[in-house]
Write a protein that binds this ligand. Structure first.
Ligand code: GLA
Length: 392
């Protein structure tokens, strides 16, 4: 399942004289639809991508966990297996806070971590808006658990990783990314109810269609303030709407008609934020239904609507993402396109008829690449398995 010989070599370069005993493969994620709904108790519909992050691991002598990354080769991290330390511990490279945070959460739950060496190698673009951080957390968690001779229910692991991201990376993320990384299924999308955490795997009827990822190469950072601001704006909307509908707990409980009836009570900006969320939750259940019945035209139309709502009402897009979606809209054979993930850069996706892939690629090459500083990287992806451990 893993091209281990290349990864083995990388491990031996990072840790001369030592050989890995296990490899963990942890996928990035592409959210098909349901954006900025997870922290509003709504629905999301992500897939685990075929592009993965790998954690190669081996037990070691001593009492520390040493972590290296091929992307930050000059910034190794070392911390105590018994006490991985507090968030923001001095001298720790920031990329390692995801692994260290997960280690700390595992210790907090009473798991005795083993001294070990870990090498991270990611083909999931870092800061690309396709959840390299959740892949790093879930991958690190599985590696550390396996070395400790333990297993954990994937939902529990996803929640633990989310907590690590909140506390150690200071990113107030929802549950989608860790969840799909742990629970993805090959050829299936995952419809997740972020309130009850009930989920359904829905087959992707994509015999004749391709899902393309279009990376703007504009760095996306959810720790940056805008994500937290959006979360607070949603809470503000709930506070005001509670005055009229005391039973509501979150925007999940608000139907579009309820929101429109209260338009005058809300600040116009807060209204638009809430409008995105309540309509996106509805679009997500409709899109799941379209997927169940193989109605790709309907699915694609919902993708375009989602993008527009994220761009105009939630204001989390950027000119590069908008340009990719507009270019895709003009190409015959494209069902739909939208930004995916937190926004402010990162990736857009397009659902495209097999025969139209080249036309879209050349439209991007001629209409996008000369307009922006960096060319868009375009590649296909498919729904793959969630994170898995392979013993070597
Ligand atoms: C980021 C977060 C997720 C989710 C998306 C937006 O990826 O990590 O929890 O909120 O943004 O849908």
């Amino acid at each position: 399942m893993v091209n281990t010989s290349d990864l083995m070599n990388r491990f031996q370069q990072a840790f001369p004289g030592s050989a890995p005993t296990l490899a963990v493969r942890a996928p990035g994620r592409v959210n098909l639809i349901g954006e900025h709904t997870d922290y509003n108790d709504g629905y999301v519909l992500p897939i685990a991508m075929s592009q993965c992050l790998y954690v190669m691991a081996a037990p070691a002598d001593g009492d520390t966990i040493e972590v290296r990354s091929t992307a930050f080769a000059d910034q190794p991290a070392r911390f105590s297996a018994a006490d991985p330390g507090e968030p923001d511990a001095p001298g720790m490279p920031s990329w390692s806070s995801y692994t260290r945070g997960v280690a700390a959460m595992l210790v907090k739950r009473g798991i005795r971590l083993q001294p070990s060496r870990l090498l991270i190698h990611s083909e999931v673009p870092i800061g690309g808006g396709v959840s390299s951080s959740a892949a790093l957390e879930v991958g690190s968690g599985l590696a550390l658990l396996t070395l400790a001779g333990q297993t954990m229910d994937p939902v529990e692991l996803a929640l633990l990783c989310q907590e690590a991201e909140h506390q150690y990376a200071h990113s107030p993320c929802g549950i989608m990314d860790q969840f799909i990384c742990a629970l993805g299924k090959e050829y299936y999308a995952l419809l997740l109810d972020c309130r009850s955490r009930e989920f359904e795997h829905i087959p992707m009827p994509f015999d004749n269609a391709v899902l393309l990822v279009m990376n703007t190469q504009v760095k996306h950072e959810i720790g940056g303030g805008e994500y937290g601001i959006r979360r607070r704006q949603c809470e503000q909307a709930v506070e005001v709407l509670k005055g009229r509908y005391p039973q509501i707990q979150s925007l999940r409980d608000v139907k579009p008609a309820m929101l429109f009836a209260q338009r005058q009570a809300l600040d116009p900006l807060i209204f638009r934020r809430a409008q995105h969320v309540v309509t996106e939750i509805q679009r997500t259940t409709e899109a799941a239904d379209a997927l169940r019945h193989g109605r790709l035209e309907d699915f694609g139309a919902l993708m375009f609507d989602s993008h527009q709502s994220l761009r105009d009402d939630y204001e989390v897009s950027c000119p590069e993402l908008d340009a990719l979606v507009e270019i895709a809209r003009e190409v015959a054979g494209v069902y739909g396109a939208r930004m995916t993930g937190g926004g402010f850069g990162g990736c857009a996706i397009a659902l495209v008829e097999q025969g139209a892939v080249e036309a879209l690629q050349s439209a991007i090459a001629s209409e996008y690449n000369h307009r922006f500083e960096k060319p868009a990287l375009v590649y296909p992806t498919t729904a793959s398995e969630g994170a898995r451990v392979q013993r070597l």
